[in-house]
Design a protein around this ligand. Structure first.
Ligand SMILES: [Zn+2]
Length: 86
């Protein structure tokens, strides 16, 4: 098989947080959260319902940071899977 260099089944999502969860500061820019199903998170779960561990992954982050965390988190899992696979 030659199709294993890329795994399209990432279950990590970067999405914009609902504005209602913000601090109420009108200058506050949009924030983004990282949802990782592999870590047990669920996109349907409200931020306030997520566990402390999941919130650490979710952030929220400013867009640029969110993108970085999103990419790094995906890499983290692909690396972990390579090491665990035997
Ligand atoms: Zn994860």
């Amino acid at each position: 098989m030659a199709d294993q260099e890329y795994e399209p089944d990432w279950e990590v999502t970067l999405r914009r947080q609902p504005a209602s969860l913000g601090s109420g500061d009108p200058d506050n820019t949009d924030t983004y959260e990282v949802i990782c199903c592999k870590c047990g998170d669920d996109p349907a779960l409200d931020y306030r319902e997520a566990s402390a561990g999941l919130r650490q992954i979710r952030g929220p982050y400013p867009l640029m940071v969110g993108v970085t965390v999103f990419l790094q988190h995906g890499e983290l899992h692909s690396t972990a899977e390579e090491t665990t696979a035997q």
